[in-house]
Design a protein around this ligand. Structure first.
Ligand SMILES: *Cc1c(COP(=O)(O)O)cnc(C)c1O
Length: 431
């Protein structure tokens, strides 16, 4: 399989090149030239397959022979060594819990797969790789966890000062080893801008082997399709249509679902749900894409003003806007509505959700018809947003042991302004 840039100004590359480079030179995003289709036989036997088996088959169709079957199998077994439960919340509404990995958020799927794929490709290369990650909260810790201690790889995390939760900050700043955290005086978009500018900077690229690991790397996108295929196949009542509702920020998660559908999984449609940063729902309503500065909300991992995977979404539909709005609906919830959803579902159905997940529930409930089945994606464990969630339910949330340990460790972060010149000299001095 070859991978092209969505800006179409550079030649296509192999999977290895796409993964190592992260971002094409023309500032587009890598996409597979062909989105392959599952065989009918595979689709028929889906309900009997494990998550790992589905992941293997899906990955093989896209990566083809660039990674041997044995290697691919061990990458998948290493990356997805945790549960992916699909639970019924009430009636025809189900939740797919993607927070059972080490950082308790769905970013573990993409980050752990990508880290192992990169590790595999770099085994034979001598030159050290510098991975730059802008994070609005969860990306950074998932990526850093995935790469922790991997030889030949250095990770630099950029997060917006004061705009991530206390627990997220602890997860970002206590890893040590080959991971450095930069606390940037600015927004997530400023962090993302610094990283994008670094990739376009000739001097940096000449001196450092830069690679990206945020949601724009193709190796993070692919595994985000596996769990849609898996969840769809595990629904017991398949008499009606099945819809997924995805709490959306940069649209990486949603694009994973769109890939699964295009590969042949009979998903009827999607709902993209956002917070007050409603650029994406506005697009599905009006077909106008108007990026703008992000605002801060209680679902901060979705505080995105310029969703970076938007061009992938357009390419998946060959820029056919009518097909896009036939498949995807958009909706947004403000912070008060989000809090009300958390309380409502906890009181009525005894199910506790993080603020992002609550937005997913709200979107599904709004659009789902009685005869159909719906799955909303739970993107993080509620305890990661304890300051928001605990006051709403007036009960103590139990924090998993692995998180309790991290909370007690000392924060280690370097302060950084949002000026590119400062970031650049930091990178040059520290590598
Ligand atoms: C990253 C993240 C999202 C948004 O996912 P995108 O792929 O950026 O759309 C939602 N919820 C949580 C908890 C996240 O970490």
């Amino acid at each position: 399989m070859r991978f092209y840039s969505t800006n179409k100004k550079v030649p296509s590359v192999s999977f290895k090149e796409a993964v190592i480079k992260g971002l094409p030179d023309d500032n587009g995003l890598f996409m597979p030239e062909i989105i392959p289709h599952f065989s009918d036989e595979f689709l028929r036997k889906l309900p009997q397959l494990t998550f790992q088996e589905i992941a293997f088959e899906s990955a093989k169709l896209i990566i083809e022979d660039e990674i041997s079957e044995n290697e691919l199998l061990s990458i998948i077994e290493g990356a997805f060594n945790f549960d992916v439960p699909l639970r019924n919340v009430h009636d025809n509404i189900h939740v797919l819990e993607l927070f059972h990995g080490p950082t308790l958020a769905f970013k573990d799927f993409g980050a752990r797969f990508m880290a192992r794929v990169m590790g595999h490709f770099l085994k034979s290369d001598a030159k050290e790789i510098n991975i730059l990650v802008a994070t609005s909260g969860d990306t950074g810790s998932a990526v850093a966890q995935g790469f922790l201690g991997v030889e030949g790889i250095k990770v630099t995390l950029l997060y917006p000062k004061g705009k991530v939760s206390k627990i997220q900050e602890q997860q970002l700043t206590t890893l040590g080893q080959n991971v450095t955290a930069l606390e940037v005086g600015g927004t997530f978009d400023d962090c993302q801008h610094l990283v994008k500018t670094a990739f376009l900077d000739q001097e940096l690229n000449k001196k450092l082997n830069l690679s990206s690991a945020n949601s724009i790397n193709i190796a993070r996108l692919l595994p985000q399709s596996f769990y849609y295929t898996y969840a769809h196949s595990k629904l017991s009542d398949t008499s009606g249509n099945t819809y997924f509702c995805v709490p959306s920020g940069n649209l990486g998660n949603l694009c994973g679902g769109l890939l699964a559908k295009k590969m042949g999984v009979p998903i009827a449609g999607f709902i993209a749900a956002s917070n007050a940063n409603n650029i994406v729902p506005e697009f599905f309503r009006t077909l106008e894409f108007s990026p703008r500065a992000s605002v801060q909300t209680i679902s901060n991992a979705m505080d995105v003003g310029n969703p970076s995977n938007f061009s992938r979404l357009l390419d998946i539909y060959d820029h056919d806007y009518q097909r896009i709005i036939a498949d995807i609906k958009g909706i947004s919830f403000n912070d008060d509505q989000t809090r009300a959803l958390i309380t409502e579902v906890y009181e009525q159905h005894n199910y506790l959700m993080c603020p992002h997940t609550a937005i997913g529930y709200g979107g599904l409930k709004h659009f789902l018809n009685p005869g159909d089945s719906g799955i909303f994606i739970s993107t993080a464990h509620p305890c990661k947003f304890i300051d928001v969630v605990e006051p709403l339910i007036s009960e103590k949330i139990e924090i998993p042991l692995r998180l309790q340990k991290i909370i007690k460790q000392e924060k280690q972060a370097i302060s950084m302004t949002k000026e590119f010149a400062n970031f650049k000299s930091f990178l040059l001095e520290n590598n």
